[in-house]
Design a protein around this ligand. Structure first.
Ligand SMILES: [Cu+2]
Length: 557
């Protein structure tokens, strides 16, 4: 084993205008969107200086990083820190763990919708499945909106003008900052390529495929898997999928297309249009006759081009012709991938649950006529009406914008007003309780089973901060619970089907204030969040203190 290194990165957060004809400001890291790749080896220390050159506050969240022992470095405003004011800076220091494909994004208001995101790769000293590929590529897909997210889109979304809660519809799909048919991936002589796909969208989920090639999945979120071969897979918001391709497996139909061997093939991101609240396709023009440099219509099929001869020319076949070509009928098109098996099952222990939490997800119009997201009938707000609704503002959790939950855990642990777990109907295990405002107290080392019961007719990708979780089963694949005992797949985002459910399990071994929320940016804004207040006593017992740099941020609010 080599020594842990320290990896330094400086990120300037500022506006850019990458698409001249649009005129929409994009929030960028180091004048680029996606921002620069942050790369380290597992166990390294990352020191990331974030300099806010915007005229509004910002933070960055390091999606997928455990943050064990650094609960104030998660970047989640309200839970772990105050936002970084305009013109100020903050340095994030944390350990690069776990290994795998992660990403960073803004975690204040809807800034990541406007472009504030980038990839993270944490490498292992010996990468599982390293022998199957010679080259790596990264594809970061996102929704593009013509209008700014907070001032225009979410202010309309969360208004009495939108009682049905219609999410803002994306105007385009963007991969690695490029619109459809403008992103070329040259193979450059390699025949076996590893791809890391990151869904950085605010709303859309996609079916991913590459024409004529099986996809051998080797990592899901940050869990390495035994190679698992599919013809296509589904990736929901904030999820990551790694796979390799082997060009020697290219369906010969593609090398015979037209009169000469094809020089390139399409990589496809097909947005799942049933996710959209209205028939977005009615606004479509045929995807192969794009006439504008800048999209003025939505196209649910994004095409990137895998350039086999590295000359960056388009395929010799039409994208629509593929339906008539023979596909890999023997391989599954997998929409949950729970059948993918963890690569390393040595010492892979899935403990039995000690606690339980049933969460009912729904959307409903509140008393002011605005459609909001609810978990167990609570819509989460840290801008807070707490002072109005609480008879005694000195008891219980206070508004979190000026005093993040983590600081409240440290500074006044006796007045949090969070009830302890108790046995109640529905489970023989003690049920995690909340204070009625979306804060749930979890004891140290509790093994918590969460049953996510989605009563909404949309699919929701739920993400846990500060830990990953086993996916026991979902309504798409209930058999997984019995099939994969002691070897459930670990991820940090679970996709919960429309009117379906998911059962997940996590260990509360990382004291802190950790958000659990739907990763659709609009749904977060609508309050589909809760926060686990994990082991405040243990946090104090470990001698944890808040740094002055954190208090300085809060004084700037
Ligand atoms: Cu959602």
């Amino acid at each position: 084993m080599s020594e842990a290194a320290t990896v330094y990165q400086t990120l300037y957060i500022d506006k850019i205008y990458p698409y001249r004809i649009s005129g929409k400001p994009v929030m960028a890291a180091n004048y680029s969107s996606p921002g620069p790749l942050i790369e380290a080896y597992e166990g390294d220390i990352l020191i990331i200086r974030v300099i806010n050159r915007l005229n509004v506050s910002t933070t960055l969240h390091w999606h997928g990083m455990y943050q064990i022992g650094t609960p104030d470095m998660d970047g989640a405003v309200g839970a772990t820190q105050c936002p970084i004011p305009a013109g100020r800076e903050f340095t994030y220091t944390f350990k690069a763990e776990p290994a795998g494909t992660a990403w960073y994004h803004g975690h204040w208001l809807e800034q990541y919708t406007d472009g504030l995101y980038g990839p993270i790769i944490i490498r292992r000293q010996v990468e599982p499945n390293w022998e199957f590929y010679d080259k790596e590529e990264l594809l970061m897909v996102t929704d593009w909106y013509n209008e700014p997210a907070h001032s225009k889109l979410s202010s309309w979304y969360l208004s009495t003008a939108n009682p049905d809660g219609i999410e803002p519809l994306p105007n385009a799909i963007v991969v690695n900052g490029k619109f459809t048919q403008s992103l070329f991936i040259p193979v450059s002589g390699a025949s076996r390529i590893r791809f890391r796909v990151i869904n950085g969208a605010s709303l859309s989920m996609y079916t991913f495929s590459i024409d004529g090639l099986p996809l051998h999945i080797i990592e899901l979120d940050q869990t390495a898997t035994v190679p698992y071969s599919v013809s296509s897979f589904v990736i929901n918001v904030a999820q990551r999928v790694s796979f390799y391709i082997d060009l020697s497996e290219l369906n010969p139909i593609y090398s015979q297309s037209g009169s000469s061997p094809t020089n390139s093939i399409f990589i496809r991101f097909q947005a799942m249009t049933e996710m959209y609240p209205v028939d977005i396709l009615n606004y479509n023009l045929p995807y192969y006759t794009q006439r504008y440099a800048y999209p003025t219509f939505f196209n649910s099929l994004y095409l990137a081009i895998l350039s086999l001869d590295s000359n960056n020319s388009t395929p010799k076949y039409q994208p629509r012709d593929v339906n008539s070509m023979s596909q890999m009928a023997s391989l599954p098109s997998d929409n949950n991938m729970l059948a993918a098996r963890p690569f390393n099952l040595t010492n892979y222990i899935v403990p039995n649950p000690t606690h339980y939490l049933n969460l009912v997800v729904k959307f409903a119009v509140d008393s002011t006529g605005i459609n909001r997201g609810y978990m167990n009938d609570v819509t989460y707000t840290f801008t807070g009406n707490y002072t109005k609704v609480r008879p005694n503002v000195f008891q219980g959790i206070k508004p979190e914008t000026k005093e993040p939950l983590l600081q409240q855990m440290v500074n006044r642990p006796k007045t949090l007003g969070l009830p302890s777990p108790r046995v109640q109907a529905g489970s023989s295990l003690p049920t995690i309780q909340s204070d009625g405002y979306g804060h749930y107290l979890v004891p140290y080392q509790a093994v918590v089973d969460i049953f996510l019961n989605n009563t909404d007719n949309g699919e929701h990708p739920f993400h846990l901060h500060g830990a990953d979780f086993w996916i026991i089963a979902t309504s798409n694949y209930p058999q997984a619970e019995n099939l994969y005992q002691q070897a459930y797949l670990k991820r940090d985002v679970v996709s919960v089907a429309a009117n379906g459910w998911a059962k997940i399990r996590f260990i509360a071994d990382n004291p802190g204030a950790w958000m659990f929320h739907c990763h659709i940016e609009w749904h977060m804004a609508a309050g589909l969040i809760l926060t686990f207040v994990i082991a405040p006593n243990q946090l104090l017992a470990q001698g944890y203190t808040i740094f002055n740099t954190q208090y300085d941020l809060c004084r700037g609010v």
